[in-house]
Design a protein around this ligand. Structure first.
Ligand code: HEC
Length: 188
């Protein structure tokens, strides 16, 4: 009898987990859509500018003047209950600073990287106050290193010093967690 009961408890817990997962799925999908809107817009522009000028100087000028503008533009296209932004544990622009929930989620990603258990497909959905947050990790790739890596050219360094005197977002290696894109969807 005891064994049977244990079996029952396991099954009902599993059912509860599945239900929760199903409830969360549309929220996750909606968040990912907004994340892709912002990520896609930024990536497209940076890639084009990097191609035009491989030193990264042109793309740097673009990022420093247009990244927040593009973020604002995308947010204006979203429903009133949603928003999307970028953040990181080490930020370049202090306006992108993380809050407590952001920090906790990014620490989880970093722990997974350390443990060799990380996948960039690990989208996390968390509840925070009156909203759901959907997180997508951003891994440092080779193309990020010109502006976030260990050997940054003098030209780019000069711009960084001028525009971001408190820049913390250098010294990254390929495979490091650079930051996250996070969508917020208010509960109704
Ligand atoms: C041409 C230079 C350049 C390249 C290449 C570049 N970035 Fe950035 N990145 C910047 C600048 C400048 C900012 C600050 C933008 C702002 O003022 O909001 C920034 C900000 C960020 C932020 C927001 C958090 C913060 O630090 O303020 C993230 C996340 C980020 N970059 C990730 C990446 C990733 C991932 C890549 C590679 C796929 C990348 N960047 C490539 C210049 C660059």
């Amino acid at each position: 009898m005891k064994k049977l009961m244990t079996g029952f408890v396991t099954i009902s817990l599993f059912a509860a987990a599945l239900l929760a997962d199903q409830n969360i799925k549309p929220i996750k999908e909606e968040g990912v859509k907004y994340i892709k809107m912002l990520g896609g817009a930024l990536k497209k522009e940076v890639k084009a500018k990097m191609k035009e000028d491989p030193s990264g100087a042109l793309a740097m000028g673009f990022c420093s003047t247009k990244a927040s503008e593009i973020t604002e533009k995308i947010n204006n296209q979203l429903p009133h209950y949603a928003s999307v932004r970028r953040t990181a544990l080490k930020v370049r622009n202090p306006k992108n600073s993380p809050d407590k929930v952001d920090t906790e989620v990014m620490e989880q990603y970093e722990a997974a990287i350390k443990a060799g258990k990380f996948t960039p497909k690990d989208i996390k959905v968390v509840e925070s106050g009156d909203a759901y947050r959907i997180y997508k990790p951003l891994v440092t790739k080779a193309m990020c290193l010109k502006c976030h890596g260990q050997n940054i050219s003098d030209d780019i360094r000069a711009v960084l010093k001028k525009v971001y005197p408190n820049d913390k977002a250098t010294g990254f290696k390929e495979g490091d967690l650079r930051g996250v894109i996070v969508a917020e969807i208010k509960k109704d």
